[in-house]
Design a protein around this ligand. Structure first.
Ligand SMILES: *Cc1c(COP(=O)(O)O)cnc(C)c1O
Length: 431
């Protein structure tokens, strides 16, 4: 299977090339040349398959030319060694908990899968690959954890000083080994700009193999389709039409779900739920795509003003807005809406939602107003303790810190403070 650039379909790469390059030479996102539906009996008998078997069959067509079956099975086993429970919190409303991995965010799946692929591809290579990644919080921790100790791969993470939670900062600054954290005097957009500049800087790229671990990388994006299938397997016995609501920022996660649908997974509808960064909800109404500077919110992992993966969704639907509207709705919610629903759900059901999951819940309920007899699943993309301040202030509770988080809290932070691109460049050249 080849992957083509969304800017020019004549520019093609193998899976391996696409993973190592991150982005096509013309700056387009890579996209699979075909998505062949899985056989009908895969979905008929999905209850009988283990999560590893489901993942293997679902991703096989995309990677099989570059990764032999046995190696792929190992990669999947290393990626998926935790649970993905669908927890029903009200009638017809359930949450898919994606926070049972090592850094308690859904990005663990994509980050681990990509790290394992890159580790596999760099076997026998002389030159190390440097993964350069900007994070507003969760990506950094998941990438650091996923790549920790992977031979032949170094990781440099840029994060905005003082703008990530204490837990998130610990997760990306305390690991050591092949992971280095750059603490940038600025906001997330500054970090992202520095990363983009580095990729275009031939003085660096002539000496170093650089790649990104953001969700534009196909090895981080595609494996996210696994847990939609795991959720389908759990929800299927309900015998109802299924709706997924995905709290969205860069729209990689929801786009992977839509790929699962193209693979034949029966889904009635997707809901892209956002905070006030509402470029996509506006587009879905007007057909006009207007990027804007991001606005800070309490669901900060979704503070994105120009979602990078949305072009993939448009491409999945041949850029036909009317057809897309039949499969996708998108709604935006304020911080006040989010806090109010966190309180309401907690007091009615006892369930503690993090602010991102809460936005997902709101989007689902909005859709179910006009589609009541559906089984709705919203994705809980992070454990509530990862957004401890908001959860404590809003719900007036102190959630118990799970052991995988406690482990890093006492470790010493190590970061390099930088305030300009030149400092990053010097660091990469000296390294
Ligand atoms: C990254 C992230 C999101 C947004 O996911 P996208 O794939 O960028 O849309 C939502 N919630 C949390 C907690 C995240 O870390």
């Amino acid at each position: 299977m080849k992957f083509y650039s969304l800017n020019n379909q004549n520019i093609q790469a193998t899976f391996k090339e696409a993973v190592i390059a991150g982005i096509a030479p013309d700056k387009g996102l890579y996209f699979p040349e075909s998505i062949i539906p899985l056989p009908a009996d895969f979905f008929e008998n999905i209850e009988k398959l283990s999560n590893h078997e489901i993942a293997f069959q679902a991703i096989h067509q995309f990677v099989s030319e570059d990764i032999p079956d046995e190696a792929l099975k190992d990669i999947i086993a290393n990626t998926l060694d935790f649970d993905f429970p669908v927890v029903e919190i009200e009638e017809n409303v359930a949450t898919l908990e994606l926070f049972h991995g090592p850094t308690m965010a859904f990005k663990d799946v994509g980050a681990r899968f990509m790290a394992n692929c890159l580790g596999y591809f760099s076997q026998g290579e002389k030159q190390d690959v440097t993964v350069l990644v900007a994070t507003s919080g969760d990506t950094g921790g998941a990438v650091a954890n996923g790549f920790l100790g992977v031979d032949g791969v170094k990781v440099v993470i840029l994060y905005p000083s003082g703008k990530v939670s204490e837990i998130q900062e610990k997760q990306l600054t305390t690991l050591g080994l092949n992971i280095e954290a750059m603490e940038v005097d600025g906001v997330f957009d500054d970090c992202q700009r520095m990363v983009k500049t580095a990729f275009l800087d031939t003085e660096i790229t002539d000496h170093k193999k650089l790649t990104s671990a953001n969700s534009i990388n196909v090895a981080r994006w595609l494996p996210q389709l696994f847990y939609f299938l795991f959720a389908y397997k759990q929800a299927k016995p309900k015998g109802k039409e299924i709706v997924f609501s995905v709290p969205s920022g860069n729209f990689g996660n929801i786009c992977a779900g839509m790929v699962a649908q193209k693979l034949g997974m029966p889904v009635k509808h997707f809901v892209a739920s956002t905070n006030v960064n509402d470029v996509v909800p506006k587009f879905m109404e007007s057909g006009v795509y207007e990027p804007m500077p991001s606005v800070a919110t309490i669901s900060n992992a979704m503070d994105v003003g120009d979602p990078s993966n949305f072009v993939r969704i448009r491409h999945l639907y041949q850029d036909d807005l009317e057809t897309l509207q039949k499969s996708l709705s998108s709604y935006s919610f304020t911080d006040e809406n989010t806090k109010a629903i966190m309180k309401e759900v907690y007091s009615k059901t006892g369930y503690v939602m993090d602010p991102h999951g809460a936005v997902g819940y709101l989007g689902l309920k909005e859709y179910q107003k006009s589609n009541p007899n559906t089984f709705g699943i919203f994705l809980e993309t992070a454990h509530p303790v990862k957004f401890l301040d908001v959860v404590q202030d809003t719900l007036e509770i102190s959630p118990k810190i799970p052991p995988q988080i406690m482990k890093v809290m006492d470790k010493e932070k190590k970061s390099y403070k930088i305030s300009s691109y030149e400092e990053l460049k010097q660091f990469l050249l000296d390294d």
